[in-house]
Each structure stands twice: as structure tokens, then as C-alpha cells.
Design a protein around this ligand. Structure first.
Ligand SMILES: [Mg+2]
Length: 163
């Protein structure tokens, strides 16, 4: 079964927790106007245009899939900025107390998965329950530091899980 490489945006691709005046090297600033965005100023994001290629290379035979509350806007707004093609999207709607875990479990079924996100530690009991339902299925949650976004060490970690 083809493994899944699940990808969050805020944290892994957009290092939103970096200091406002300390854009990490390689990142470009983007300003997005989102429908329903209530603030007066557009959403400012830093994205690294090299990340698409790096992710596709690291994924190898795995299938890249969006696992972000950006849902389909990931394809229209973020993918083109980092050189990714349009990818399948896991839909979350309003996430409840179990966060993204139920939708990911349903989407993945019995496929091996590697998941890049910055928020696993915020939902420890939901995470443990998710991991229990995945017992015996290759499942790697790779926490990404939202101050740095994806690092070379993270890409090494992804490759390690796929070989
Ligand atoms: Mg995130």
C-alpha cells in the first residue's frame, strides 16, 4: 500500500512562530486575502519556494496529501508558491476536541503514514488514542518547530521513515 506523507501548512511550511523581524533564510513573504478573513490587513505568510521540490523528493513513492485546516485553499494559494502540484485534501470542517486525528484515521485507513505538523503535543490524549487505533500500522508523527518550519533534519527524518 502506498504510504501517505501528510502535510500541515502553519508550522511546517509557514514558520509563524519565528520572530516578526527574523525571516528564516530562503523564505519569501506572501500576503493572502482570504474570503471570510475578518482582519483589516491581509494574512502575511513566509513560504520557502524550495520546499515543494524538497518534499516531492523526500516523499519518493509516498503520496503527499494536505492535512491542514486550509483544506482546498492549500492547493489554490500555497501549493503554487512553493512549487507543489495540486494534492489530495483531507477535509476537517470544524475540528472537535480530538482535533485532526479522526479525519486522518478515516482517510488513511490501513495505509502507512508519516505526518508533519506542529500541534501533536497539544492533544496528547487524542494522539494516544489515534496511535492505539493505528497499532501495527506504520505511523510516524514528526513534530515540526513552528519557529523554523521544515529543516534539513526534518527532511532526513522523513527519508529515514520511507526507506
Ligand atoms: Mg500547524
Amino acid at each position: 500500500m502506498r504510504p501517505l506523507l501528510l502535510l500541515d501548512i502553519d508550522g511546517p511550511l509557514n514558520p509563524f512562530a519565528a520572530k516578526a523581524d527574523a525571516k528564516p533564510p530562503g523564505y519569501l513573504e506572501h500576503k493572502f486575502r482570504l474570503a471570510g478573513w475578518s482582519r483589516r490587513h491581509p494574512l502575511r505568510m513566509w513560504l520557502n519556494p524550495a520546499h515543494g521540490r524538497s518534499l516531492l523528493q523526500a516523499a519518493g513513492p509516498a503520496e503527499l496529501v494536505w492535512a491542514t485546516t486550509w483544506e482546498h485553499k492549500a492547493n489554490t494559494m500555497v501549493a503554487p508558491a512553493i512549487g507543489l502540484p495540486s494534492l489530495p485534501v483531507i477535509q476537517f470542517g470544524e475540528t472537535g476536541p480530538a482535533w485532526k486525528f479522526p479525519a486522518v484515521a478515516t482517510y488513511a485507513q490501513h495505509r502507512p503514514l508519516i505526518w508533519l505538523d506542529d500541534d501533536f503535543a497539544m492533544y496528547p490524549s487524542a494522539r494516544d488514542e489515534f496511535l492505539a487505533t493505528r497499532a501495527g500500522l506504520p505511523t510516524s508523527l514528526i513534530p515540526i518547530n513552528p519557529r523554523t518550519g521544515l529543516t534539513d533534519a526534518d527532511f532526513t527524518e522523513i527519508r529515514k521513515h520511507l526507506t
